[in-house]
Design a protein around this ligand. Sequence first.
Ligand SMILES: Cc1ncc(COP(=O)(O)O)c(C=O)c1O
Length: 371
Amino acid sequence: MNVPFVDLSRQYRPLLPDLMAVFENIIGRCAFINGSEVKEFERHMARWIGLPEVCCVSNGTHALFLTLKALGVGPGDEVITVPNTAFPTSEAINLSGANVVFVDIAPGSFSVDPNLLEQAITPKTKAIIPVHLYGIPADMDKIISIAERHDLFVIEDVAQAMGATYKRQRVGTLGTAGCFSFFPSKNLGTFGDGGAVASADSKFIKMVRMLSNHGRLEKYTHLTQGTNSRLDTLKAAQLSICLDHLDEWNSERRSAASLYGELLSPYDEIIMPKVPEGSESVWHLYVVRYKRRDELATFLNERGIKTGLHYPLPLHLQPAYSYLGLEEGSFPGAEAACREVLSLPMFPKITQAEIETVVDTIKRFLGNQRN
Ligand SMILES: Cc1ncc(COP(=O)(O)O)c(C=O)c1O
């Protein structure tokens, strides 16, 4: 049996009649930019997440970038994040004009090590971007308490974790702002690129809104220089329909993760992802660690099981950041994770038989290794 890494069509097929009806309506009105559906989705998402306001933007990278701009972070400032995240996290920092400062991940976790944070803070530090990588919440209490001590913004990168909870509160509502991505394969994905910024601070959201729409709040009056980073009406309408299914889709991901956990538990060589006490992951990815990751990935891929790598090269070793002069060994935790991580097939409608096939094939690989 072939097992895809992700199969979005299983989610969308049942929703097709509803989606086509709203698309037909929008196409009939030609309301492609700033149609009423954008505001409706923003209200819908704000209610869902439990904040007064949300501003939709064109993608998750711009959610982070515009958040930094709206908070006044720019040239000469420093912003802290981890080296094992997706490239856009650090890209957004550099786009704002600030400099990225990497801090290693905690042992046994994929998130920033709070014990290393304080020594990375300088008078230039303005913000910390914790990343809820793979859907697993970062250690927010410790991060927020350090940020408060040093008067720093906490910008949550929620691109991979929409719906995850930390002490029963949805991530993205814990820090200064939450930055979301609606890239198609994310837990809530759109038909193309999309993103959103959430915050309890309505003045800040107003600034993000202004920056995302050429620096204006009203037609013809540009209060500042912004950019074009709006979410299209068609996507907002689709996201509203899909948001009603997100809790159910996340719970299907949870069931899949718990089956993986149960079936893989006899195999000590495979290190399973850990979710800290008091947190609930939404399993954007199911990422295991294994020393001979590349051989296992090849074995699975040759047998029709598609896997992913998130991410094989830490950011400080990316050619784009060679100017930082950071060498291998700078962040041993993140580097080891990047060598060992393997993302197994994970999506809402994955079947029990598909998960069993993945685990049986891993078992065969491990059996061959032992013989
Ligand atoms: C952790 C993380 N941050 C930021 C982003 C950027 O989101 P987008 O692709 O919507 O620009 C992504 C998605 O790729 C991501 O996974």
